[in-house]
Design a protein around this ligand. Structure first.
Ligand SMILES: O=C(O)CCC(=O)C(=O)O
Length: 220
């Protein structure tokens, strides 16, 4: 996988990032409206129906709990992934995601063999502070996050100084790419909100190394 500063967009997208927050030791690129609204809506509808949604069991503060959102781990057969104390075997790619993966790979000059798809049913579904720093993602992972549906706040904070927090409002069709040392020095979260909100589906495309191939996952 390559971690490149250049982010050449294809013909349906913008040619330059229109926003980049200045955050020391983070490499964040933000592409509002990377998908046109009609295309984003079509993906939202397709994924809602095509994805076998699950509640992932994760380990938090020494206890197994239900993740507060619906999820599905999708990828190439060898792309096993271990996070929050559980091992995940990839489901096969839903066909409409393959051309999307190709476009994102071109846009980010990176390879993705897997995607974590999350469905936030309303404002009470969320994701707590964490870094995507599992060993199989490598030291400087490129993670491309595509948001569909309701706009949600996406927060980033320094691991060593939680007061240094910044936020992006991720809307329908937006892409946010985290690369370089972002996972090493930053955590991210998607907080709950009391505001009445519609559904949101988020896809984080990743490259997972094959080190888990051949291991025996314990659950999904
Ligand atoms: O939903 C999002 O925007 C973030 C998802 C996320 O942080 C994750 O799954 O690791």
């Amino acid at each position: 996988m390559r971690d490149s500063e250049g982010c050449g967009m294809n013909e349906q997208t913008r040619t330059q990032p229109v926003g980049r927050k200045s955050m020391i030791q983070a490499n964040i690129r933000y592409f509002p409206g990377w998908l046109l609204p009609a295309e984003a809506s079509a993906f939202l509808q397709t994924l809602r129906e095509a994805v076998p949604w699950e509640v992932h069991r994760i380990r938090m503060f020494g206890r197994w709990v239900d993740s507060p959102r619906l999820s599905c781990w999708v990828g190439d057969p060898q792309a096993h992934y271990r996070y929050s104390g559980a091992d995940f075997v990839p489901r096969p790619w839903p066909l409409p995601l393959l051309p999307l993966r190709e476009r994102l790979q071109q846009a980010c000059a990176a390879q993705f063999n897997s995607v974590l798809i999350n469905r936030y049913r309303d404002g009470s579904d969320s994701m707590g502070w964490h870094s995507d720093d599992e060993p199989e993602l490598g030291e400087r992972p490129v993670i491309a996050s595509l948001s569909l549906g309701a706009t949600r706040r996406f927060l980033l904070r320094r691991r060593d100084d939680h007061a240094l927090t910044t936020e992006f409002l991720l809307a329908h069709g937006d892409v946010l790419v985290m690369a370089g040392d972002t996972q090493r020095f930053y955590q991210h979260a998607l907080p709950k909100t009391a505001r009445p909100l519609g559904e949101r589906i988020n896809l984080t495309f990743r490259w997972v190394s094959g080190q888990w191939a051949g291991s025996h996952p314990v659950g999904r």
